[in-house]
Write a protein that binds this ligand. Sequence first.
Ligand code: NAI
Length: 276
Amino acid sequence: MSELRFDGKVAIITGAGNGLGRAYALLLASRGAKVVVNDLGGSVTGDAKGSAVHAADAVVEEIKKAGGVAVANKDSVEFGDKIVKTAVDAFGTVDIVINNAGILRDVSFQKMSDLDWDLIMKVHLKGAFSVTRAAWNIMREKQYGRILNTGSSAGIYGSFGQVNYSTAKLGLWGFTQSLAKEGEKRNIKVNCIAPLAGTRMTESVLPKEVSETLKPEFVAPFVAFLVHDSVPESGALYELGAGYIAKQRWNRSEGVQFDTDKLTPEAIKSKWDQVN
Ligand code: NAI
């Protein structure tokens, strides 16, 4: 099979200064994409600044050293118009958006503050909305777009101490499904992943030896395929990590059709097992 290439394509990857986003940026650039490496350069919790060398600059340098083309953008994802402007100013357009930037504010619900809630919604939901919205009309006009959103198993299954994060991550799955419908007639394909990878985000919960089996580089090839010209799917959610990839689907029970004249709480209680 011939190599899946991205020549002539412009990709914005948010949060690409570390972890998964960095792996996506390196792979897409190595296959010909011109990449906007967006990263704010903050800490996992979204408050402190990172190291002296800005994370986005470091990844751009890596790409250039390997012969690729990339520019850095250091705006927060809530300012999507600025990030898309960087792509348009540098490369004239945008074809691919990977909404990957993320933070954690893990705390049990009884201790969750407004700030813990608001920051998570701002980065994950508002961020994905803002970057995608700024790119959307460009994609509509050119009748081409590939968008990838980043959900989480925490959103699919729930997770103790992550009520804020789970809410935002499952929200991105709703965002994906509706956006896929709106993009259908204009060749804009939108998918969502729930990845698992050993990054700074997971280093406090995953032992080092487990982390080794969960390299971001094991997630990146699937992400590349999901934003490639030839991807057959739109509106889908995939779980992946350590080389395993599976499609996630809603599951509805067979259900019960009640006679609406006799639809009482008691009738429902009597058929509880069938409903479930
Ligand atoms: P990471 O912490 O290594 O990378 C996230 C990057 O996003 C960081 O470089 C950070 O500076 C950047 N960022 C944070 N807020 C930003 C903002 N407002 N604007 C621009 N950039 C910002 O984490 P990792 O693991 O690579 O996570 C990537 C995505 O995957 C996140 O959305 C995360 O929630 C999601 N995810 C990761 C999992 C894992 O196992 N690592 C599991 C499930 C989801």
